[in-house]
Design a protein around this ligand. Sequence first.
Ligand SMILES: [Zn+2]
Ligand SMILES: [Zn+2]
Length: 362
Amino acid sequence: MAANGLPETMKAVVVHGPHDYRLEQVPVPKAHAGELVLKVEACGICAGDVKTWQGAARFWGGNGQPKYVKEPVIPGHEFLGRVAAVGEGVNDFAIGDRLIAEQIVPCGHCRFCFRGQYWMCERHDVYGFQDNVNGGMAEYMRIPAESMPYVHRVPDALPLETAVLIEPFSCSMHTVIRADVQIGDVVVLSGCGPLGLGMIGPLLQRGPSALIALDLKESRLELAQKFGATHVYNPRDVDVVSTVKEMTEGYGADIYIEATGAPASVIQGLDVLRRLGRFVEMSVFGEPTTVDWSIISDTKELDVLGVHLSPYCYPLVINGLTNGTIPSQGVVTHQFPLDDFLEGFETMATARDNAIKVILRP
Ligand SMILES: [Zn+2]
Ligand SMILES: [Zn+2]
């Protein structure tokens, strides 16, 4: 035991390279001035974590993308925990407080940070990808001073399986806000993974006349229906484009939200949208998509919007999960101790046993 009552070392997953993740004994971080140390309650495995583990160019460089990961690093940005150590000068939080920090640790001084667009911070340190901001797949983690303005309290009463969804569901919330759904819109939601499922509550609050959820897995469609999607279709069984056109007097959907990361879903979206429709892209892709861009210009004059992270959404989602306007039950399907993290990654990667969200409990 150290002077602050924390152990000297802890168990952590450490990223050394693609497919080279090891369970190691590492020093417990210290809370320096202005910082906190959390005892991690749980940490979700994100699709991005799986793609990093698999070596995707988006994270390791290649395909015209720079290298993003700075290893060795402890992964995990979907964490929450309780304060275990408080640094000098921190007065807002005390030992035992339950809280969550937003996934990005903004630099505070780039053009985007100055303009309040902190989620696009040029430095772009996200917990669990850079060695200076280790993530939550460990017993303890450090919340650096730059992260403190983006820390939120989590109600003690929120069950762990719900609270661990705050990060992904905040990304879902940002997507819905970007989509700017109007009362009466016909919305197609392609992909009912954790992020797509997290959009259903906020989408319904926007009053669409139809919310058509698509997925290739029946268990996900069942959950989407339970959460309130008005129509659920498996594109393997249903011709989505002609079905949606029939529902809309031949025009097509007003809004298409792409949440699968699969090129076929992009092409389907451009096809199913009406003229002057809105395409919202929130996925990370493992491979490029090739498509005729004249659909976006000449044929339909579409609005195409990208989505990244979850600015100003954590408080909305904590509220929505607490008051029940954001349904979440059934999204977390698997829990593993840190020792079995590889099984967790494999379960998430293959979506075996109807896995949707897999979490680790240090
Ligand atoms: Zn995530
Ligand atoms: Zn910045």
